[in-house]
Design a protein around this ligand. Structure first.
Ligand code: SF4
Length: 443
């Protein structure tokens, strides 16, 4: 096996390993390693192999966020949520089964962000764009964005004016209102979470059984809403890509195949299937995922059913490095250089675990307040004062950003040349399963 092949195999299975360790494992000098990295970087075949490997999420994220300088601003605009998902970071399940939802709270001197605040944020985004950074916005998690449709509308209009790509993550319930659907179709992408075909499982999973947790929607209602949204999109000629997001777990292993077939029937453009990343998974869990996905594969051709793409995130695969419980701590600034969360009261933070509204763990939230004197750039710099975060608290995207930032620092110190990153290639190879897999809330 030639040198390039040996190094490529090691990187494919452990993409975060630094140059020193690679050199030691393969008995290479710095010059030989630079040569091997350059050969991998400039080979279209090698790039394709990385982007279709088990650890494809890593390589894809590095290409986008370090290669193209992508930056994501995530607006957590929701003020409430009709659901009470057991896997939601904003939900606490009490002893009697009551599912309590945390809400964002106003800090001293805080006020809810107004239109002029969003104009200011987008002025800061424009400055970033002028420096060549590609900025995208996500309207996501925390709580359900459509509990504040006016703010969703402001963000989408400002994003569109500035050519900023926009994605909405929603549970879809409030899209039953035609005005909300009209707003939704101003986005570039919209992803609705749904993981079951059974009314009973829908009620149990998303609302719970406690009488104080009101079941305000039925599965039938939501299915009707999704069909109507697709219809509205087709009638209006809007370019919004509509997808479904399905979290896999014990409650839906047995019906995953039908969830995918239903999604196709609704007319959505894709379905993304992913595991609850923070749940401990054993071999039995992976066996069930493999059985379910094998059944789905029976309906797909080139990863599609008709025109609908079926996307299985790499993090669900048994031997993905994301399932190897890596130990370590992350510098918050590494995250702040790639993403920033902004809550309804202008509190900003670079990691998802500090972005959600919390109940009794309030002290664990580290944020900086956006105001007249503190714009996005200042906020990014201020994260240098935040404490280190344990890897176990990061979502897959954040873990990749942290590992790659550290890998690049170590490589430079070891003598790897700046233009020899094996993952940042001039070849425009793309992963057909590319999902932009990150999503912060499981909803
Ligand atoms: S996961 Fe999303 S849909 Fe579920 S309770 Fe949390 S915010 Fe609501």
């Amino acid at each position: 096996m030639d040198l390039k092949e040996q190094v490529l195999n090691t990187l494919s299975s452990a993409p975060y390993i630094g140059a020193r360790e690679i050199a030691e494992r393969h008995s290479l000098t710095v010059e030989e390693l630079n040569h091997a990295y350059k050969a991998i970087q400039t080979s279209e075949e090698c790039q394709k192999r990385l982007l279709t490997s088990i650890n494809r999420d890593y390589f894809e994220t590095v290409r986008e966020y370090f290669g193209k300088e992508l930056y994501t601003v995530i607006f957590f605009v929701g003020l409430g949520c009709p659901y009470r998902c057991p896997f939601c970071p904003s939900v606490t399940i009490e002893k009697d089964g009551y599912r309590k939802l945390a809400k964002f709270r106003k800090g001293p001197g805080d006020r809810k962000l107004e239109y002029r605040d969003f104009e200011k944020i987008f002025a800061d985004i424009e400055q970033m764009q002028k420096k060549g950074i590609i900025v995208e916005v996500k309207i996501s998690g925390g709580l359900e964005p459509y509990t504040d449709p006016e703010t969703v509308n402001w963000i989408l209009e400002l994003a569109s004016r500035q050519n900023v790509d926009s994605t909405i993550f929603t549970n879809g319930v409030l899209l039953r209102d035609p005005k909300n659907r009209e707003i939704a179709l101003k986005s570039d992408k919209l992803r609705i979470s749904l993981g079951t075909v059974s009314e009973e499982a829908y009620a149990d999973e998303y609302f719970g059984e406690h009488p104080r947790n009101k079941r305000s929607n039925s599965l039938g209602d939501l299915q009707k809403t999704i069909r109507q949204l697709v219809q509205d999109r087709n009638d209006s000629g809007a370019a919004t890509a509509i997808g479904m997001n399905t979290v896999v777990g014990e409650f839906n292993f047995h019906e995953l195949e039908q969830v995918v077939l239903d999604a196709h029937d609704f007319g959505v453009d894709y379905i993304a299937i992913k595991g609850d990343y923070f749940k401990q998974k054993d071999d039995e869990w992976f066996d069930k995922v493999e059985t379910a996905t094998a059944a789905i594969s029976g309906h797909t051709r080139d990863g599609k059913i008709g025109d609908m793409r079926v996307i299985l995130t790499g993090s669900q695969e048994r031997s993905s490095f994301l399932n190897s419980s890596l130990q370590g701590k992350c510098l918050p600034i590494d995250q702040a250089m790639r993403q920033m969360f902004i809550d309804p009261f202008g509190q900003c933070t670079p990691v998802h675990c500090w972005a959600f509204p919390v109940q009794e763990k309030e002290q664990e939230r580290h944020t900086t307040s956006l105001n007249e004197h503190t714009g996005l750039q200042k906020i990014i710099e201020k994260t240098n004062d935040f404490p280190l975060i344990d890897y176990s608290k990061l979502n897959p995207f954040e873990l990749i950003i942290s590992l790659e930032s550290e890998r690049q620092r170590q490589d430079l110190a070891f003598g790897v040349e700046r233009d020899c990153n094996p993952y940042i290639s001039p070849h425009n190879v793309s992963n057909p399963d590319s999902l932009n897999f990150r999503s912060f809330c499981n909803c």
